[in-house]
Design a protein around this ligand. Structure first.
Ligand code: TXA
Ligand code: MG
Length: 363
């Protein structure tokens, strides 16, 4: 126990070229992981906080550094499909087909847990989430460490995932050993998690790979039923199929109100609410598409702009940074028009907005 409360006085920040990382820096980070240390590194989705997946002490320290409850399982990152066999008890044909299409990349497969994976990693579950990331820094680290690396997003529990090294340091400086700073991540939302251990392949967390893309390979793939994710998920202990999918999982500290309804009615409602709040002397933040931001300019509010509404990739890449910006700007409330769609990457955006919201208002 004494070991698991070990203090890490200083967090070392090492810059790396995101496309061709310096092997010496990677070797240092790999050594740190092999010694049981905690290393944050960029993946194509968000920054991960890595620990040696077969070292239960390192895993305990990882949970502690994040303030993450022990019932929330970690994703194990590996270098290749061959390595999956070291962490999963079985690799079904469907997993191989999905891996062939989407790996390396932002898809996590939930498979039967292999004996080599300590229960601390899987939060006691008999399944394990595995993925092969595509980011050159993550790949170089996995190859140099020659270990499976357990890595949740490198944020404090329930805060928005980090999309750059500054976000990681904001949450975890002094609590982890090292950050590999490879600049901003490109995708900006987390991997899609699909459970292949049940009768129906089920998406537990919508993410960077869309349901439609998955169904191209596995036509029977389905989204988890209503309530499996979204604000009501996980309210009852053990009720959620993916134990990490708790409400307010990606939330800023500032109350966030998500508005739904016809776009123009919602725009009007947000304007009304912003004016009322300003009249009460409150500071107002608005998370807005480029088009909405334009219309809001005359108001004395803090606007975090996401990009053009049609450019879903760009919006996704900006989302968490924009939430953190607003959170840090000292506003009393954040207002958001739900601009997401029920298809493609839009599903992931909808899910993250719902989770970030402390209230949803239908107008
Ligand atoms: O893009 C990502 O997935 C990032 C990067 C760092 O790889 N990682 C990430 O990890 O988002 P984390 O721990 O923040 O989210 C992992 C999600 C949680 O919702 C967790 O419940 C789910 O994956 N998960 C992990 N193992 C699982 C399992 N065996 N069964 C069901 N869900 C699982
Ligand atoms: Mg996370």
């Amino acid at each position: 126990m004494a070991q698991s409360t070990r203090k890490v006085p200083l967090t070392e920040v090492l810059r790396v070229d995101p496309t061709r990382p310096d092997p010496e820096i990677i070797a240092r980070a790999a050594g740190c992981l092999r010694d049981g240390g905690l290393v944050a590194f960029p993946t194509e989705t968000v920054y991960g906080l890595g620990a040696h997946a077969r070292d239960p002490d390192a895993i305990r320290r990882l949970f502690e550094a994040k303030g993450r409850p022990a019932h929330d399982p970690l994703i194990v990152h590996v270098a290749s499909l061959e390595q999956v066999e070291q962490v999963a008890a079985a690799v079904p044909e469907m997993a191989r087909a999905l891996a062939a299409r989407f790996w390396p990349g932002p898809l996590t497969l939930v498979l039967p847990r292999g004996d080599a994976v300590p229960r601390e990693v899987t939060a006691g579950l008999e399944t394990v989430g595995v993925r092969v990331p595509s980011h050159p820094v993550a790949r170089a680290l996995l190859e140099a460490a020659r270990l499976p690396i357990a890595a949740p997003s490198a944020n404090l529990f329930s805060r928005p995932s980090p999309t750059c090294a500054a976000h990681v340091l904001h949450d975890l400086e002094g609590r982890i050993d090292m950050v590999l700073d490879g600049g901003p991540t490109t995708v900006g939302v987390e991997s899609t998690v699909i459970d292949l251990t049940g009768d129906v392949p089920t998406v537990l967390r919508p993410g960077a790979v869309s349901l439609e893309q998955l169904q191209d390979v596995v036509p029977t793939a389905a989204a988890a039923g209503p309530g499996a994710f979204g604000p009501s998920a996980g309210r009852k202990e053990g009720a959620a199929p993916s134990p990490g999918l708790l409400p307010l999982h990606y939330a800023p500290r500032t109350p966030l109100v998500l508005y739904r309804g016809r776009a123009n009615a919602v725009r009007d409602a947000i304007l009304d609410e912003a004016r009322d709040a300003l009249a009460r002397g409150e500071r107002v933040g608005i998370l807005a598409t480029a088009e909405d931001a334009q219309a809001l300019r005359p108001l004395p509010v803090v606007i975090a702009e996401l990009g053009p509404e049609h450019d879903v990739e760009r919006v996704a890449a900006r989302l968490y940074a924009a939430l953190r910006d607003l959170d840090g700007s000292g506003v009393d409330v954040i207002l958001v028009r739900d601009f997401s769609r029920e298809r493609g990457l839009g599903r992931a955006l909808r899910d993250r907005l719902e989770r970030a919201a402390s209230a949803i208002r239908v107008v």
